[in-house]
Design a binder for this molecule. Sequence first.
Ligand SMILES: *Cc1c(COP(=O)(O)O)cnc(C)c1O
Length: 347
Amino acid sequence: MHRILIDLRSDTVTRPSQAMRNFIAAAAVGDDVYGEDPTVNLLEERVAELLGKEAALYVPSGTMSNQIAVKVHTQPGQEVICEENCHIFNYEAGAPAFLSGVQLRPLPGEYGVMNIQEVERAIRADNLHLPPTGLVCTENTHNRAGGTIYPLNNIAELSQLTAQKGIPLHLDGARLLNAVVATGIPAKEWAMFADSVSLCFSKGLGAPVGSVLVGTEEFIRKARKYRKIFGGGMRQAGILAAACLFALDHNVERLREDHENARLLANELKSVPGIFIDMKQVQTNMIMIHVRHPRFDALTLSQALLREGLAANAVDSERIRAVTHLDFKREQIQQVVDIFIKLMKVT
Ligand SMILES: *Cc1c(COP(=O)(O)O)cnc(C)c1O
């Protein structure tokens, strides 16, 4: 193991600050399975309000949040339309098939955005042979596309289509607040177009654990039941929810710094020979670094970076993803650039 000096693998690597820990230590708690944890209840109220929905549910992870949404919205044997690089399709270990008995219908996307005509064509007709379309999922910001923002008008037209077809729309908003801060469009306006939204606190917001799922009262009542079935009913969870409340109060606007740092870093890296950055893709806190070098592919470059103390994951054989976050400081940008320059030299 090499010592990691700079960690750009993900915004999940952030550790709770001392101030957050102090806030956690003072949290009032109760048994949340009985609905008696005041801190969890407060977090749920605040997130429901933030996203303009009737109710909310605190869950241990973004994966559980998405999977509860899939479970509540669908019936076994149905099909779920999603973008081919989305988290639900790629990074949730096949859970939709495992937990909900649904099949996914991944569609190609451009910067994570599905083509509306293709979505319309993918919605199944009512026919004995066909799996009924039970749900459409979208993701904002889009992780595997490089932290890109799903434009509001694209979500609006998707919402119009699904509403017209009577199909629910789920928004995986793990990093929705990154989109909010980057665009200035309030969270409510994005959430308005979806029937359910999932928000992560363990990413750029810097909390150690947890996500919140929002929707109608009826949706959340069912979601609460599935949270129990999936093993996510926690007791004095206010200890964790307190960190999320702290994050809402202190770490939302701060996401702007991550975005600025990503842009500054990308601007420096883009002129380093042997790597290529599509600046159109650098919209929030991620940089997709395309490796075009005689000696390295993405995997071997990521290993070489690690030997220099810089951790950044290869997404595939051609791309390395670098994510800025709470524990990455502006002063470290030059160090990162220097490591790349040193390695990319063709000797
Ligand atoms: C991180 C992430 C999730 C949830 O991940 P967990 O590790 O299960 O909390 C869901 N969707 C997207 C887009 C993510 O980036």
